[in-house]
Each structure stands twice: as C-alpha cells, then as structure tokens.
Write a protein that binds this ligand. Structure first.
Ligand code: HPA
Ligand code: ZN
Length: 335
C-alpha cells in the first residue's frame, strides 16, 4: 500500500522535540501584545512573518526570544499550550513531551510559577478532554552560566512531580555540554530523565559529550553524527534515540533542501530516528506538515514510517502501560 496523505494523517503520532515557546503563532503574539499593552517592533502580523527568514540558529533565537516577551501571566502560558494541544488533536498526536525554557521568562521578571502552572493546567486538561498524554522537560539555556542552570534547577524543586526531564537548548556553538556536566549530574541524582540538543549546528564531539558527560537518555537533533563513523556505530549499538526535526533543519540551513536531509541515511544505518516539529510556529508547521514535507522530498516507505513511529513510542518517557496502548493504536491502524 502506498504512503498517501491519509496514511500520514491517520498515523498515531508521538512528539518528543517541541519547544512550547516555539508554538507561539504570530497572530497570538499580537493578541497577547494587545492583552498586555506591549508595543511590538513589527507593525502587523505580515511584517512579523516576513522576519521568519533565518540564516542560522542564532538568527532564529533572536526572534524567538523577542516573541516570547509577550508571555506574561499564567493564562498566557495556558492559552499557548492549549492551542498547541488542539493542533495535536487535529493531527493525531497522541503523546507529546514538551520543552519549556523557564530562564527566558524568569530573567524578564515573570515568576516561575506562572509558567509552570499555565502549562501544566493545559496538559492536565488535554489528558482529560482530548486523551493526549504528555510530559514536561525543563531546558537550561546553554548561552547562560552553569550557576544560572543550578538556580533554575532549584526553582523547579517544588514542581518536581510535574517535570519529567531536564534538557539543554539555545545557542549550541561555543557552549558544549561539558559546561553543564555538574548540574546535569545533580539533575540525574534527583531522578530526572536527561536530554540535550547536540549535533544540530555543533560538531559530533558535542554528541559524545552529551552521552559521556551528561548521560543523556536521548539526543535532540544529532544529525551531525553522520560525520563520525565511530559515533554512528556507537549510537546504533546503544539504541540511542535521535529527535530529528526536518523542517527546522531546512529553515535554519543545517541542510540546503529537504532532498539533502540525511534522515533516511540515519534510519538505514539502524539509528533510532524519531521525527518532530521543534518550533512549529516558526518553521512552517506541526507534525503533519513535517511528515508531509519529508514524504514529498524523500518518499519514505510505509515500513519506514512505521519504524519511525515505533521508534518514537520506544524512545518516549511514557509509562509501560501507555506505551502498550500507543503500540496497539499503531498496530490496529497498520492492519
Ligand atoms: N535549537 C536550540 N535551541 C532551541 C531550538 C533549537 O532548535 N528551538 C528552541 N530553542
Ligand atoms: Zn529544539
């Protein structure tokens, strides 16, 4: 049977690499700016969208942090998260593990609790009303100091039960995982799952460091592993998941075109590849738009799509019971 739009739409999806601040659609930027009487540097939604022409990760992050300035109250974080979860429902995303960047907000004087209460309230509602299960992963901003990361980990303590894991994001080059080895050791000792962005723009060496110094459960992105055959063999042997984000990689010019993307090679090498949307409001769409763009350019087989879906279930931090349910959903659809 061929892979068509209906197959991709019907596939039960698991998302493992999604920055909630990256789901802030331009229309919501303007809505929240009105709510809080914030003057924006763009005259209208069209002008903001025109700015979404990125040269690299940093040029995106500059805009992303500016956009996030309109997020202030608990209700804003609820509205943001709920809008994403409604998109999940529409696209058959049945389990999602969401990153949030508390330092982007606390450094502007927004209380940590506004952020976490708003997000968790939406996640709980989605569990009850939409049947979507989820987890929350707190990311340290790697362009900030180790000390600031320790402070953020401390702020998270009262919310330990609401947070599944700790991650590492923001400007990769020049901020290797080793900078955060001690704070990740502390996070690990508190029982958190560990993930880190590595090998998006940074070299394979950063992927080695994430594994050897941070003891990660998954690598976020990791596409530059392909430059190091020894690393490729190691990732395959360990079954280390990679949360690959195709549209993000094109928009941030990690690859020139989707035809040049290496995800098929990573899959063929036996790596545990998963596909994800990263910052969908900025990179041209959510899970289904990513799947469709990959299919148009790379024409994956039905077996490859099922393998990606099984990889995502396996690599998720869902409970064994939920993983069994997710597997049943895929099997009943795969026939
Ligand atoms: N890379 C690093 N940091 C980020 C990203 C990303 O793709 N998205 C949001 N913060
Ligand atoms: Zn990311």
């Amino acid at each position: 049977m061929s892979v068509d739009e209906k197959f991709l739409a019907d596939l039960p999806k698991v998302e493992l690499h999604l920055h909630i601040e990256g789901t802030l659609e331009p229309e919501m930027v303007f809505e929240l700016a009105r709510r809080h009487n914030v003057t924006l540097p763009w005259p209208d939604v069209g002008a903001l969208k025109k700015a979404y022409d990125f040269e690299n990760l940093q040029s995106f992050l500059d805009l992303y942090y500016r956009g996030a300035d309109v997020l202030r109250d608990e209700q804003d974080f609820f509205d943001l998260t709920w809008a994403y979860l409604e998109r999940c429902k529409a696209q058959n995303v049945v389990h999602t593990e969401i990153f949030f960047d508390p330092q982007t907000h606390t450094d502007r004087g927004i209380p940590f609790e506004n952020v976490i209460h708003g997000i968790t309230r939406a996640l709980e509602k989605a569990g009850q009303e939409l049947g979507i299960t989820s987890g929350l992963i707190l990311c340290f901003l790697r362009h900030l100091s180790e000390e600031a990361a320790f402070e953020t980990l401390k702020q998270a303590e009262p919310y330990r039960d609401s947070i599944l894991g700790i991650g590492l994001d923001s400007s990769e080059q020049g901020h290797p995982p080793e900078k955060f080895a001690r704070v990740f050791a502390e996070a690990r000792s508190q029982g958190y799952k560990i993930v880190a962005h590595a090998g998006e723009e940074g070299p394979p060496e950063y992927i080695w460091q994430a594994i050897e110094l941070l003891d990660v459960d998954r690598i976020d992105h990791g596409v530059r592993a392909a430059e190091d055959p020894r690393l490729m063999a190691f990732l395959e042997r360990k079954g280390m998941p990679l949360t690959v984000c195709p549209n993000s990689n094109i928009r941030l010019r990690v690859f020139d075109t989707m035809e040049d993307h290496n995800l098929k090679d990573l899959l063929a090498a036996g790596l545990k590849v998963t596909l994800n949307s990263d910052d969908p409001a900025y990179f041209g769409g959510y899970m289904l738009e990513n799947f469709a763009a990959v299919q148009t350019a790379l024409a994956l087989s039905r077996e490859e799509w099922l393998a990606i879906t099984y990889n995502s279930i396996d690599a998720s931090f869902a409970t064994p019971e939920r993983k069994a349910e997710l597997l049943d959903m895929v099997e009943s659809m795969a026939g």
